[in-house]
Design a protein around this ligand. Structure first.
Ligand code: SF4
Length: 789
């Protein structure tokens, strides 16, 4: 080995390379390994891990920002000579006084008689700073720079990512056939675009390769239970005991964080604000196996110069460029004696060129189309005079599965676009299995399924609606939980409007519109930031302001209506749970608003809507339009209101109204739009509107005070029928789910597919026309000839 005994300062990957060589040489040397950052920390100072939470508390900032300040502080090479430098010095002093800074005097005193060899680092100011610290401590330093050999390099060009990967795997097979050990083959520079294709080829060729784990602790059940226990007021120790199971991998990670950040004596509720940040700090190591191909990054090329490296994806991003966006900007970096992003980018490029030129067994590839996005080749191809080898042909005969898939794809192109392909015509054979995939839901083991579901089981109106639209849709959403729901601006505006109206109804005379709208806006903004790290844009704020102005008008209208109703009491967001099947099922729901008389003998249901919903009761037997009937069902199960007379059930549209030419002023249109839409009991109409129709869109009287035919009305028997119908739908849904019936069956009513239009699972169900059930539309109260469909 070329290095003098003593400390070798190198990146971790270089350490593995050096150790492997030592093993091969069968020699023993007295080396201690350390990274440049570790050495810098031991020669200067370290910041304790829990400092980030203390700093976050002290400055009342998010932990992510405190983390950024600490990272910037650790960058500094002993100089604080700028405005930001002074601020970082203030942070340093705060941490020092809080006993959160550690220094290692013993180390500094113990290194005097040792050699320090630096390997694999750029000639940066940071390196110079660390070397100067060693020189001050009178230590010998050696820094071997590698000499550069120029090789003849070539890059293989492919039209699409699939061809690129196919080529790489064919070369790997050739290496394996030549007897090359899998441990000596590396795949470099993969990004997520490649995951799907690479997995397909690994499976087809049965080649072992560990793809990185995409595990995020926040999406695990154990993390959700952990947070719920905190919310329930439990202590960390109690929570750990409650969560112990046969597999404690995730729990152990949580315990590590509690210990590292010294949280054990805290009230867990006080730490709730930190957990989104702490959870992101948790990582899972990928398992390492012998005799597998290893994935490496561009920065590891240097340590793999004796291996067979396949460098894929040699595009614009192959040579990473750092932008001048760090906490310490380039102009300040210079003053502080730090490396600028410009110099870091130059070394990165020089290092990549050197790495490419040191490996005679490197295969560089590039493809111009990745899924749906175009790709551009790395400018280094021209700069370094790398030869371009273009490939257009597919080579048949390496793997049958891959060949069949290729053939099927070409057959698709032929059938759909009449694109002819030579290989397809030459090699196509009967029995390819084209178009033979069976997408049918194949059922679940009921026992396993029942053991997995939470008890008591809960259902809501939306669950029933989704289940009736398509059981497979419900399965994906609520059992597999593969829906990645992201609230839209419309949904956020709807939640904002609902919250202000709730304040208005609950706070009565003490309601202050400005205070409520400000608070509710902040709630939405914080929710978006905390749950999705989403910051409101200028466009979002513009629409929130528009909605605020609109809701002011809505409140004025509701106030005017209140002068014409004798239902003078209000309940908002009333939670109504119904326990069924001996407590095994909880049917749950919230009603936006109930208006009721003081003695609770008359009640009206009002549901605010910001979308395009209609007050229709058509197609109830197919599970459509069940929302208002579900509210009746909940009300009739509620101890307070079960005997009340139902005056009406309505939607109230509170969305922003765009004026139409010729339809009156904006105010008039808003007034019209805000009338309650829905069904009224004609005997009780005076309770909700003493002007008998002024505030009700679907209620009109003729001159002789009889109810007009176009009115939407109901009687007591209808209430009973709707109750029974919902009860039946709840039973059907629950029994269907308990029987694990999640067939792919979408509905088409009168020629309109009501299930699939916005379904997020269209890419995984592979529905065909045979999965769609044709139904005939059913008006409310029409004869039930196909009620069992
Ligand atoms: S796309 Fe249609 S058939 Fe497929 S899961 Fe969704 S609703 Fe069901």
């Amino acid at each position: 080995m070329d290095f003098l005994e003593g400390y070798i300062i190198c990146p971790n990957k270089a350490k593995m390379d050096i150790l492997e060589k030592l093993n091969q040489d069968n020699n023993f040397f007295n080396y201690s390994f350390m990274t440049l950052e570790d050495l810098k920390r031991r020669l200067t100072f370290k910041v304790k891990q829990n400092a980030v939470l203390k700093l976050s508390d002290h400055y009342n900032i998010k932990p992510e920002i405190a983390d950024a300040y600490i990272n910037a502080l650790l960058m500094l090479n002993g100089s604080y000579d700028s405005k930001k430098g002074l601020f970082l010095k203030e942070i340093y002093d705060f941490l020092l006084n809080s006993n959160l800074i550690e220094t290692d005097i013993i180390f500094i005193n113990s290194i005097k008689n040792h050699n320090f060899t630096f390997v694999g680092y750029d000639d940066s100011l940071e390196l110079k700073y660390v070397i100067s610290l060693l020189t001050d401590a009178k230590v010998d330093v050696i820094y071997p720079f590698a000499t550069l050999n120029l090789l003849h390099l070539s890059c293989h060009y492919f039209p699409i990512i699939e061809d690129e990967v196919a080529y790489v795997f064919r070369q790997i097979i050739k290496l394996i056939q030549k007897g090359i050990n899998l441990n000596d083959i590396k795949i470099c520079n993969l990004d997520s675009d490649y995951n799907f294709v690479i997995k397909k080829y690994l499976e087809a060729y049965k080649i072992p390769l560990e793809l990185p784990q995409n595990k995020e602790i926040e999406s695990t059940n154990i993390y959700h239970d952990f947070i719920n226990h905190i919310k329930d007021g439990k202590k960390y120790q109690e929570i750990v005991e409650l969560l112990k199971s046969n597999d404690n991998t995730i729990l152990n990670k949580l315990i590590e964080v509690i210990n590292a950040y010294k949280l054990y004596d805290n009230d867990p509720k006080d730490d709730l604000k930190y957990w989104p940040y702490l959870a992101k700090k948790i990582s899972f190591d990928s398992s390492k196996y012998d005799n597998t191909i290893e994935l490496i990054g561009m920065d590891e090329l240097d340590f793999n110069k004796n291996k067979y490296v396949f460098l894929l994806n040699f595009n614009l991003d192959a040579c990473k460029v750092i932008k001048d966006e760090r906490f310490i900007l380039d102009e300040e970096a210079q003053a502080l004696g730090l490396d600028t992003t410009k110099s870091i980018n130059e070394w990165t490029k020089a290092k990549l060129c050197a790495s490419l030129n040191q490996n005679p067994n490197i295969t560089i590839t590039y493809s111009s189309m990745h899924s749906f996005k175009a790709n551009n080749p790395s400018p280094l191809i021209d700069e370094l005079n790398i030869e371009k080898i273009k490939h257009n042909d597919y080579e048949v005969g390496y793997n049958k599965v891959i060949d069949d898939l290729y053939m099927a794809k070409k057959l698709d192109d032929y059938i759909k676009y009449n694109e002819k392909n030579e290989i397809l015509f030459k090699y196509y054979y009967d029995g390819l299995g084209y178009n033979s995939y069976d997408n049918k839901y194949k059922g679940l083991n009921k026992e396993v399924f029942h053991n997995k579901i939470r008890k008591p089981f809960t259902l809501s109106y939306t669950d029933i609606h989704n289940y009736f639209q398509c059981p497979f849709k419900y399965y994906c959403q609520k059992i597999l939980r593969i829906d990645t729901f992201t609230p839209t601006l419309d949904a956020m505006l709807g939640s904002f409007a609902h919250a202000i109206l709730e304040d208005f109804e609950n706070e009565n005379d003490s309601f202050d519109f400005e205070v409520s709208s400000k608070l509710r806006f902040e709630d939405e903004k914080n929710k978006a930031l905390e749950e999705r790290l989403y910051e409101f844009s200028a466009k979002d704020i513009f629409y929130f302001n528009k909605m605020k102005e609109h809701i002011k008008l809505v409140i004025e209208e509701i106030k005017a209506h209140k002068n014409h109703t004798s239902l003078n009491n209000t309940l908002c967001e009333k939670k109504m749970d119904v326990s069924l099947y001996d407590g095994n099922l909880i049917f749950k729901g919230f009603i936006d608003k109930l208006w009721y008389s003081s003695d609770k003998s008359y009640v009206a249901i009002i549901d605010y809507k910001t979308g395009k919903d209609k007050e229709s009761l058509d197609n109830l037997i197919y599970g459509e339009n069940l929302q208002l009937p579900v509210y009746i069902y909940l009300l009739k199960n509620d101890s307070e209101f079960k005997h009340a007379n139902l005056v009406g059930f309505y939607l109230q549209k509170i969305n922003i109204v765009l004026p139409k030419k010729g339809d009156g002023s904006l105010e008039e249109q808003i007034q019209k739009n805000l009338r309650l839409e829905g069904y009224t009991h004609p005997d009780y109409v005076d309770y909700i509107d003493d002007n008998r129709g002024e505030y009700l869109k679907n209620y009109k009287e003729n001159k002789d005070t009889s109810v007009s035919k176009s009115s939407k009305i109901f009687n007591d028997k209808d209430v009973e029928d709707l109750f029974e119908l919902v009860s039946k739908k709840v039973d059907e849904t629950y029994n269907g789910i308990m029987n694990a019936n999640f067939d792919i069956t979408a509905k088409r009513i009168d020629g309109v597919n009501i299930s699939c239009e916005y379904c997020p699972f269209v890419d995984c169900c592979y529905k065909t026309d045979k999965d769609i059930v044709e139904l005939k539309g059913k008006k409310w109260k029409e004869e039930d000839e196909n009620a069992n469909e």
